[in-house]
Structures are given as structure tokens and as C-alpha cells.
Ligand binder design. Sequence first.
Ligand code: SME
Length: 153
Amino acid sequence: MVFKKLEAILDGVRDEIACLATVACEVFHAFEGFHWVGFYRVTEPGVLMVGPYQGGHGCLRIPFERGVCGAAARSGEVQIVDDVNAVQDHIACSSSTRSEIVLPVVDDKGEVVAVFDIDSDYPANFDAVDHYWLGKVCTLLSATCYRAEANSE
Ligand code: SME
């Protein structure tokens, strides 16, 4: 089970890039049909910049006003899109994307510091179970690389 594996691998790891890259790799390879798994980080107010990911090219810069990633970042709420073609605001990085989930990642003050974006080749590929476990992965990141003392250890 990928969450338990990540919990073990990231135990004691505080480096942001190491954590995000490892999560992207493990989740990408654990599930069939996920063709893009990765992170966009808040690098300046209102701006998401692509971070560690697995899959094809991901667009580099997404303002909070745009796309499903932007919606997750500005609302702080998980976005599940069963059919990306039905969402006008969806930013298409790959024409094979049919559905996606985007989860906010927060620091220990509750501020959104990144979003976790997963795109699937299958329609409606994300349900409450994915929401739950991927949410636990985001909480794990809040407790590892996004802990306040993360950079001082
Ligand atoms: N899915 C995102 C765009 C990023 S790529 O899919 C990697 C969105 O619509 O916000």
C-alpha cells in the first residue's frame, strides 16, 4: 500500500524536493492510468509553479485564477473532475487526460504551499477512497517537509 510505504520512506525527511519527488514517483508507479502525477508550488503570492512530477510535460506557471489547480489553491479545497472536457477552465497539458484530482497541501499554519495534481487517462477515475488516501499523503507532507522547523533541522 503506497501510503504506508511513503510514511516509512519519508520518516525523518525534511527536504521539500526530496519529499515531493518521492511522492510523485511512488504514486505514479503504483496506479495504472495515472499519466501525470506531481506538484505545483506556490512560489509567489497567487502563482503556482511546476514542481517535481512524473509524466509528460506539465505547463510551468499557473495563476490561482486559472485551471483546476488554481481552484484548489485559491479555495483550499480538493477538486475532483470526472470529465475534464466538461470543465471550461481545465488547462490541458495532455490530450489523453479524462479526469483529475487536485489536492491542496498546507503548511502548519494552514496556508496553501502547493497542490498535488493527478491526471488520469480514464474518465471518473477518482472517488472518495482516492480523496481519503491522497489527502493523507498531503497531510504527511505537512508533517514532514512543511513543518515549521523543517528547514532548521
Ligand atoms: N490539470 C491542471 C493543469 C496542470 S497539468 O494537467 C499537469 C489544471 O487544469 O489546473
